[in-house]
Write a protein that binds this ligand. Structure first.
Ligand code: HEM
Length: 339
């Protein structure tokens, strides 16, 4: 079983190839659902499509299980809800993390109560899926972890891997809507290098501008902003424009500048100038999956549609900090099919 879980599978070509078909399939279904919604109502609420496809992608990889995105059954609904609740709870401010004795009488966000409700829901659903798989004989369970440990590890893969990916793509698409010249440049790169065939993982390294856009989005809207220590200047820094960033200042970027450099930075924890997946022994184990999914799906979304603002509700880049930094108002865009 663990050879199938992302965090335990070695990175590299095997890993990418083994999982590409799922990501292609999820993305194709997402593109169809987006086209249908656009045709029906003239705009698209991107986040829900990205979250649904991302959840299916992770469930495929972890359990070999997928859900029909058009007819969410009860299990899919339950899974979707508990993933969201887990993500919210992990990102919520918990007073008793700092003052443990407070938990008995001050818990304004009802963290204890919500955790107590969530844990049995997670255990029930994940155990049920593990049982189904055992009955199907489709995967062998290693007994070195007990059942509760397995539930915890598999659950973490699911809820950590779903929204980080979906929310990052939402940020990329919001920046592309606000910066049409950047979107055009990606489109030109795709038309020149890919033409009319479908984009695959193998094409992604040949698309430097697309990669630069993803990295720039990770710089400007890192899903893990709690790693903001990485933005702390350790000494006075004199910029070429004469400005001084004094030591011990947390410097957050403001402008989206995909061409400004960073293209050659390895964002997977090997270069601390930009480490949106963390670094070292606790680096994100899903970093390759996350990057591969985001790059492939953004390429496909731009290849299939031209993205513009929905005039009734322009894109708003305000952030809200949960486990991940997400857009306060989910972005409503219009994805006009390129036919
Ligand atoms: C674009 C997508 C993603 C981003 C930006 C991201 C970012 C991060 C960050 C910043 C951390 C904390 C690292 C640290 O503490 O130094 C982390 C940890 C983690 N991530 Fe991701 N992640 C992404 C996708 C995924 C995916 C797809 C999975 C699983 C399939 C995943 C699973 C995990 C797990 C299990 C941890 C905890 C690692 C540990 O504490 O040992 N992540 N991620």
């Amino acid at each position: 079983m663990f050879s199938r879980a992302i965090g335990f599978a070695p990175s590299g070509d095997y890993w990418l190839l083994a999982h590409e078909p799922w990501r292609q399939l999820e993305c194709a279904e997402m593109v169809n659902a987006i086209a249908t919604e656009q045709a029906l109502q003239g705009f698209v609420l991107l986040r829900k499509h990205l979250q649904a496809a991302s959840l299916n992608n992770i469930m495929d990889i972890v359990f070999g299980k997928r859900y029909d995105l058009t007819e969410y059954d009860n299990e899919a609904k339950e899974l979707h809800e508990i993933v969201r609740e887990g993500f919210e709870l992990l990102g919520a401010f918990n007073w008793s993390d700092h003052l443990p004795w407070l938990k008995y009488f001050f818990d304004p966000f009802r963290i204890q109560e919500r955790c107590a409700v969530l844990v049995p829901r997670v255990k029930k659903l994940i155990k049920q899926i593990i049982m189904e798989n055992q009955n199907n004989n489709s995967f062998k369970v290693k007994r070195s972890l007990n059942e509760d440990d397995m539930v915890a590890v598999l659950w973490e893969m699911i809820f950590r891997g779903t929204d980080t990916t979906a929310l990052l793509i939402e940020w990329v698409m919001a920046e592309l809507v606000l910066n049409p010249q950047v979107q055009t440049k990606i489109k030109t790169e795709l038309d020149t290098l890919i033409g009319n065939k479908g984009v695959t993982d193998a094409d992604i390294p040949k698309l430097p501008y697309l990669n630069a856009v993803v990295k720039e989005t990770l710089r400007l809207h890192p899903p893990g902003p709690l790693l903001s220590w990485a933005r702390l200047s350790t000494a006075d820094v004199h910029l070429s424009n004469g400005m001084l960033i004094p030591a011990n200042t947390t410097a957050m970027p403001e402008r989206f500048l995909p061409s400004a450099g960073g293209v050659n930075v390895d964002v997977r924890g090997n270069d601390l100038r930009l480490a949106p997946f963390g670094a070292g022994i606790r680096v994100c184990p899903g970093k390759n999956l996350g990057l591969a999914t985001v790059s492939l799906w953004v390429a496909k979304l731009v290849h299939h549609f031209e993205w513009v603002q929905n005039r009734a509700q322009p894109v708003d880049l305000s952030e809200v900090l949960k486990l991940s930094s997400e857009m306060k108002k989910p972005s409503l865009c219009c994805g006009h099919s390129k036919g």
